[in-house]
Write a protein that binds this ligand. Sequence first.
Ligand code: GUN
Length: 722
Amino acid sequence: MTWKTGTRLDPESCNEKDLGKFEISVRDGQARLGKLYTKHGVVETPCLLPVINPNIMTIKPREMWDKYGIKALITNSYVIWKHENLKLSCLENGVHKMLDYPGAIMTDSGTFQSYVYGDVEVEPDEIVSFQKNIGVDIATMLDVFTRPDMTFNEVKDAVLETINRAQISIDSSKGIMLNGPIQGGVYHELRRKSATEMCKFDFAIHPIGGIVPIMEQQKYKELLKIMLVSKSNLKPNRPVHMFGCGHPMLFPILIAMGADMFDSAAYVLFARDGRLLTPWGTEKLSEIEEWPLMMPAVSNLSPEDVRDMDKITRTEILARFNLEVTLQELARCRQAVRNGEIWQLAERRSHQNPALREAFLWLITSPAKIDMLPFVLDEKSASKDVGKERGIWEENWDWFVTAQNTPKKGAEAWGGLDTFNRPHVEMAKRRLNARWKSRKNGKVIVFYGTSPPWRNKIGDLINRLCGLDCDIFISTPVGLIPFTIEDMNPWAHIEGPSWIWKKGPDYSMLRVELERLGIKDRDIVTIDISNTEDLHKTVFDRIGHSGNDSDPELRHSQSIIDKLCILFNLDYKHSELICKQSKFVMSNTGRVKNMIDYQGSHLFSQRLVEGGLSLTVNGAKRLHQLRSMEIPSKLPDIFAPKPGEGPPWIVVNSDAEPFIEQGRSVMHGFVIAYDSWVRPGEGVLIVNSNGKLLGFGTSQSTCQDLKYFNKGIAVKVRQGCP
Ligand code: GUN
């Protein structure tokens, strides 16, 4: 043993008023890092609750706390209830003492036993009361397990019976946190029903149940469908727990889709079988000469050493190895969320297993996109699901995409054709397509053939072209953009092999992309800029014009006008008005740093890292004055864009007013209304109920979050406006 009992302090109970609450501290699309407040400390999510069998503890709960820092575990209240000695000990001293574990304890209810062995002999209220009486932190109601081989009617009965048992279970829990599992087998309609109905009860957490056989059969596409339909119909302020899911290979994609907690006995079950878990699959101890990962549990041992050991010692070592791998992959996922890269991790992992790859492709393949892909994927066309079974995808994909943050900081690593379908890339394009408008009628010039920064290569040329009656675009590996946003993420920040920039645009594709930008029936001129020799002459010859005098100011102002529309949802009339006779302060690399209006007010700054715009107090005031819509008075729970209506407003109550004016964050619980186009990463104006501007910042929340959360930061305020 290399760990010592008591090396980690016991947790402190959370404040009474916070018990059972969940808050998001970091988000990346629908993935979130959260905090769950329990009587036995704060549980940071996403996390894995190792399953402890109270009869055979291969790794002791105390070691899990002290050595591995595991803040919560799960055991089975039905197993305890069935064994007289365990039952008496727990009733007398509590479950924490019996397991010798100071962290949060979740218990399951016997549902899984009923799936494995047939029936259980306990009543729904009895098992919940028992969990309350033995002092668990999070109990589970006795839900009815739904297997993938059950008929629709059988599953429907199970879902309805689980819903029937909800209230009595909540009554029996007498205020402790309770799990309300979502059932529904493989029937999406029933999963939706289960989610929407179970949500109406006062559960603290919603586990997704009935997925163990689906995972055992590697039906990952089914799993993702279940996840998509269940999660998008649940209240976002309740953590989602994946019952029986402990294979690290599945963590990234499930976390990207909003999973917060996992539990599994896999670490020990696989160990007993001589199998090793890795983030890319499973390996057999009998078949390896080297460890797939060098974990602390085996650092001084070879696979052969472990093979030669007696079964109990071998199982213990492999269980530790598996637990360490599992914890490491979760840590990797959490860091990916912090870095805004959880989707890229899921994308990489999707290549590790054919069934997971199929599931991933199902998720990213839209029938609407198939016709417009510059890279029509054989892999995708072969995904036979395209066209059918798309219902749940079509209903729920927006929920996923509109939660994505864009523009992001940092490089967009080229990941092959998948790059095109990353949800934040899709969101960036949707926003561009919805908010950008052409104000020209003449030719459409499309430059291609070279990597950014394009301003260094053709900035001078654009200075001579920007006053003409033509639209100028750049073809990037992830789609077409107006030259005015040539420095914006993700388009300008793709990092990959040089050939991705060389490819000329495909004509039919180009037309589709232009149509999405509102451009139809115009002459298109495509120009390769990989060779800049005589470029000006070539371009002027091709467009039949000799070009204007160089006008860099015009280029800069067109860029700011477009960005104001794209990033702050202004309409062109307002954007042009604001930028009229504006002046620019330039960076020493020749980029616009600050925008000063005709009265000398500094309104916006450009963020040179990702090409976004930041408001100043004066800028926020200008945007605030433009509003013609009424002050928001509702709490919409579905994102609904309103192009041209300006940045969304968030109305806070009077308690919050002085704090926002001092520049403090808007906390959930103080928001009383907001516009339906609020999204994470979107710039917002914060007002009081009379519409007075209090501050401005960046939303951390979706509409749904604003409606349901009552703890945590809703909007990060950049500055207050006293
Ligand atoms: N453990 C694994 N799956 C399930 C489930 O569907 N319900 C409950 N209560 N526990 C589980």
